[in-house]
Design a binder for this molecule. Structure first.
Ligand SMILES: CC(C)(COP(=O)(O)OP(=O)(O)OC[C@H]1O[C@@H](n2cnc3c(N)ncnc32)[C@H](O)[C@@H]1OP(=O)(O)O)[C@@H](O)C(=O)NCCC(=O)NCCS
Length: 375
């Protein structure tokens, strides 16, 4: 029989629908189909502002003016590189390790370079957030490069954040459509209220542990296929299907086996469209036209229609982000690490907010196990 806090105690598996924190950072306004970021609509931001401007907004609570923007870009670029110690740690990792595991390890190693690690003041944490935001693209891109035997690549501080990130990954300059597409993709991933990884980061931050620890926990959370890992699984599925006419039978077969289809469903948007997926779909339409890959769009569109008809489920961001990544020639294994790089802004803002109004997370249980046993 259950013990501890009892029925009527409002136990909700997975904390579904539970309000766990107060925040001024973001809010999923499901009714209005809007993702509110510090008062702005995320889709409007993605179309009118660059990723670094949105990251600034998330961290500082307001959009930067032209001088602040310039200063922010300069500070980011100053931090593009990583220390020789972090590079050595990454080079020592076996090539079998997934990019998210390499990222988790590198983030831990980065804490050792932070002389002010114990300083949890908002000022120190904001500085730290900017430094992490600047350096994580180098970590992410090189985790793949090392694994693929491509050798370490240094960032180019003369390039803006988005162009540098793409160049680090692909080793070649990007055109303006590619930069805009990658910028919007990063913005779409930048912040999303209280997903599992953000909650994990806030739970860790609530013990007054440091930002690296909170972000390391968030990487571990984001790696899971029910969360960030879905984007990689979506692309593998789209490649396995290959032709648009195969999509419907493929999905029907998997649904008949009661399998979960990655890229569909969302704890908050289960039976409603995820606005970010619509943004990525628009972008995909532009990219397939520019790259002569119309079949990929058709295939995704058929998948969307089948899932809506069969399960009443809508695509989430990962469903349409995956083919966008693909058309940007980004290796599949980097999809989730890039999601994390983009989310660094949101995660850092949540860590700072948690510690500014802290209450230790410490819930209770409904105990179902035995009692009265003796050793
Ligand atoms: C995101 C996710 C974990 C949210 O799940 P949840 O809130 O825990 O919802 P549940 O697992 O309780 O699912 C509710 C119902 O929808 C079905 N469902 C949810 N997502 C589904 C999917 N992707 N494919 C097939 N069926 C799905 C479940 O099987 C369940 O049906 P049932 O009641 O007949 O058993 C879930 O939708 C999922 O696994 N999606 C695929 C992974 C993914 O894309 N993750 C990225 C999220 S942004």
């Amino acid at each position: 029989m259950a013990q501890g806090p009892q029925p009527g105690d409002d136990y909700r598996p997975g904390l579904e629908g539970v309000v766990a924190v107060e925040t001024a950072i973001s809010f999923l306004d499901v009714e209005q189909e809007s993702i509110v970021i510090r008062g702005y609509d995320l889709m409007e931001l993605a179309r009118s502002r660059s990723y670094p401007e949105v990251a600034y907004l998330i961290l500082y609570g307001r959009l930067p003016g032209p001088r602040e923007r310039e200063d922010f870009d300069r500070r980011l670029a100053q931090h593009y590189g990583v220390s020789p110690a972090v590079r050595r740690v990454m080079e020592a990792l076996p090539p079998t390790l997934h990019g998210m595991d390499a990222l988790r390890t590198a983030l831990s190693a980065m804490a050792a370079d932070d002389a002010a690690l114990a300083d949890l003041s908002p000022e120190a944490n904001l500085e730290r957030a900017v430094a992490l935001l600047g350096a994580i693209p180098t970590v992410v891109a090189n985790s793949f490069r090392l694994k693929a035997g491509l050798g370490w690549r240094e960032p180019d501080p003369a390039l803006g954040y988005v162009a540098n990130f793409l160049q680090l990954i692909r080793g070649r300059a990007a055109d303006s459509l590619e930069i805009r597409a990658f910028d919007q993709l990063l913005t779409a991933y930048s912040e999303h209220e209280m997903p599992n990884s953000t909650f994990a980061a806030r739970v860790i931050a609530s013990t007054l542990s440091d930002m690296y620890g909170a972000l390391v926990g968030a990487v571990a959370s984001l790696k899971g296929p029910l969360h960030g890992g879905a984007n990689e699984a979506v692309m593998r599925m789209l490649l396995e299907v290959g032709q648009p006419e195969r999509m419907e039978p493929y999905l029907m077969e998997r649904l008949a086996r009661r399998e979960r289809i990655m890229g569909f469903g969302h704890r908050v948007y289960m039976h409603r469209p995820d606005p970010r997926a619509l943004l990525m779909k628009e972008l995909l339409r532009e990219l397939v036209a520019a790259k002569g890959q119309a079949e990929l769009y058709t295939l995704c569109d058929i998948g969307e229609a089948v899932m809506r008809r069969e399960k009443g489920l809508y695509p989430n961001l990962d469903y349409y982000a995956a083919p966008v990544y693909y058309l940007l020639d980004i290796p599949i294994e980097l999809y989730t690490p890039i999601f994390f790089a983009a989310r660094t802004a949101g995660l850092a803002a949540h860590v700072i907010e948690q510690q500014a109004h802290n209450r230790l997370f410490r819930p209770r249980v409904r105990y179902l196990g035995p009692r009265g046993l003796h050793a």
